[in-house]
Design a protein around this ligand. Structure first.
Ligand SMILES: Cc1cc2nc3c(=O)[nH]c(=O)nc-3n(C[C@H](O)[C@H](O)[C@H](O)COP(=O)(O)OP(=O)(O)OC[C@H]3O[C@@H](n4cnc5c(N)ncnc54)[C@H](O)[C@@H]3O)c2cc1C
Length: 403
């Protein structure tokens, strides 16, 4: 059986290995001059390739029930696959990395197996696919024929790695529909004038996201305050919902709590500050705040509250500063574009795919893997997780004989 895989990224490489191990004749068509360009930059070059906590709450899809069944059936397959290609991993609080701490170890292990199995890689960009008896695949240079194909072209996120969204067009030409795509895991912009003064601050926070003043979601962790708004894992994990709300022109707001370690209400915090003030006799408010907040942030908060650095706790409007510390209102105006986004939400609907095999329900012999499908995950190894799982399932099933 001749199989062509379009896209030599994370999911394409895995599906190629499994299909070839099962006896198929496999060719990968990759538009870049190398495979796995995106893989090399994952996890800041360290590749967070899996997460121990495979709970459905870390994944997003318009058909999450379908995905839940898929996750249950396939989550045990990933670590044994990586063991089979010699990857020794480290588990850091549930987050899996190669023990070398280098994404290149994951890519090289995949490519070593690809070469040992004598999988053919052709570096050409696919421009069209037609289906009659079999598949006719046109690249910029040649025409190829295959009994079955896998579209593993990724999404539209971070297009300089090769995934420019053209895969969606190929899928649509073969009869599929597309759930609108949005950038996800991306920086959030606002337009307040004081961002110049908070740029460069990194701090642990709790972010609470509101749409039309209704609480939606919370994230705890580190953020970076930048000259355009907010960045970092916590902000990334909210960015997709923010993008969708902004598109609907809904009022969106993120309340930043700069004291996520404090258990209690704003009144409790006011009392706690009262006690600090009593304990730290003769301290200014600035000196008290510097005991637990970033130095640059203290200056900004005092500035916004119109509080002089010599002022003491007893001299001020306490509600105002407490609100700034516990419920700092960040108003998103937009999220950065696909150019910066780590992943996309939306994609080919799961209702059009047999998720037990990854085969299209619309075009027989056509399979999909990875981010082109309507599944995206939070930061933490979930997106690669889906790439591996879907690659394994497609590779296992594409080689099966028809009943
Ligand atoms: C900066 C960054 C950091 C990330 N870090 C992590 C992380 O630590 N953990 C995690 O789980 N996820 C991470 N991700 C997300 C993860 O990398 C992707 O979800 C994953 O690579 C998707 O795999 P894929 O196989 O679907 O697509 P890709 O890996 O994008 O591969 C698609 C391939 O198809 C090729 N292609 C596209 N169109 C054509 C065509 N017409 N013809 C031929 N070839 C084509 C592309 O060149 C590319 O090689 C990160 C993403 C980015 C951008």
């Amino acid at each position: 059986m001749n199989i062509i895989i379009i896209g030599g990224g994370a999911s394409g490489l895995v599906s190629a290995i499994i299909a070839k191990r099962n006896g198929a004749n496999v060719t990968i068509l990759e538009k870049n001059k190398q495979c796995g360009k995106k893989l090399l930059i994952t996890g800041n070059g360290r590749c967070n390739f899996w997460n121990e906590q495979q709970d459905i709450k870390f994944y997003h899809s318009n058909n999450i029930d379908i995905f839940e069944q898929f996750l249950k059936a396939n989550k045990t397959k990933v670590l044994s696959f990586f063991d089979s290609i010699g990857i020794v991993s480290k588990n850091k609080n549930g987050y899996y990395y190669p023990f070398s701490n280098q994404a290149v170890s994951i890519l090289n292990a995949l490519l070593t197996e690809v070469h040992k199995l004598k999988i053919n890689i052709i570096y050409e960009e696919v421009t069209n696919i037609e289906k009659s008896q079999n598949f006719k695949i046109t690249s910029l240079k040649n025409t190829y024929y295959a009994d079955k194909i896998i579209i593993a072209t990724g999404s539209k996120a971070y297009p300089k790695t090769g995934s420019d969204g053209f895969g969606y067009i190929l899928a649509q030409r073969l009869g599929h529909s597309l759930i609108p795509i949005f950038p996800a895991l991306v920086q959030i912009k606002g337009n307040a004038s004081y961002y110049q003064n908070w740029a460069g601050i990194r701090c642990e926070v709790k972010l609470a996201y509101y749409e039309k003043n209704i609480y939606q979601k919370e994230e705890i962790g580190e953020i970076q305050l930048t000259d355009y708004g907010i960045s970092g894992i916590c902000a990334f994990n909210l960015s997709n919902q923010v993008a969708k709300s902004l598109t609907k022109k809904q009022k969106t707001e993120i309340l930043i709590n700069f004291v996520p370690w404090f258990q209690g209400t704003k009144n409790d915090f006011k009392e706690w500050l009262d006690n600090q003030n009593k304990k730290l006799n003769k301290y200014t408010l600035k000196e008290i705040l510097e005991g637990f907040l970033n130095h640059k942030l203290v200056n900004l908060l005092l500035n916004l509250a119109n509080i002089n650095e010599k002022t003491t706790w007893s001299q001020i409007n306490k509600d105002n500063i407490v609100k700034l510390i516990m419920e700092f209102a960040f108003i998103p105006t937009e999220v950065l574009s696909f150019t910066n986004a780590q992943v996309c939400s939306g994609g080919i609907p799961l209702t059009e795919i047999n998720m037990k095999t990854m085969e299209s329900k619309i075009t027989k012999g056509l399979y999909f893997t990875g981010e082109i499908l309507d599944v995206n995950g939070d930061c933490g190894g979930y997106n690669l997780g889906f790439a591996w799982m879907s690659g394994i399932v497609a590779g296992e099933n594409i080689t099966k004989k028809e009943d």
